[in-house]
Design a binder for this molecule. Structure first.
Ligand SMILES: [Ca+2]
Ligand SMILES: [Ca+2]
Length: 144
């Protein structure tokens, strides 16, 4: 095996964005189907908990033409307790969550919107959305 060619790179179809191997699925799925689709290519829904990496991903998404994506968070297990799909707790508030509308701080619609959307129309911020909605998908490769 050539030790020089693959080190640090991502397996197809993933591409390196900052420190993560990321793949965007341009078709639209419900949140749970989106998670399955990521599994089919060797990953899971995208998780980001580092501000610098979050910024790099936002710049990458700015090069795409889509506005709304599913990423790997939900509060389906316990209402109000947002968790990443890897089981880790999620930072709430800024800089991640949308707060453009003072009276509509995300996450809103408790008990109804249980899945995590990344919304490029809202400064790439997080918002809660109905899990049954169809969104494009950001996947992250499983660790090698
Ligand atoms: Ca909820
Ligand atoms: Ca919401």
């Amino acid at each position: 095996m050539d030790m020089h060619s693959t080190a640090g790179l991502c397996q197809h179809p993933f591409v390196l964005v900052g420190t993560q191997c990321v793949h965007i699925i341009p078709a639209k799925y419900t949140w749970h189907d989106a998670r399955n689709q990521c599994g089919l290519v060797g990953g899971d829904l995208f998780v980001v908990d580092d501000c610098d990496q979050y910024h790099k991903v936002a710049l990458y998404l700015d090069e795409q033409d889509y506005l709304y994506y599913w990423i790997g968070g939900s509060d389906e297990a316990v209402e109000g307790q947002w968790r990443w799909v890897d089981g880790s707790p999620m930072d709430m508030g800024l800089p991640y969550w949308e707060n453009t509308f003072v009276l509509e701080q995300e996450p809103d619609n408790p008990g109804q919107q249980n899945c995590l959307e990344l919304n490029c129309a809202w400064m790439y911020r997080f918002s809660s959305a109905w899990c049954s909605d169809a969104r494009r998908v950001i996947c992250e490769a499983d660790p090698i």
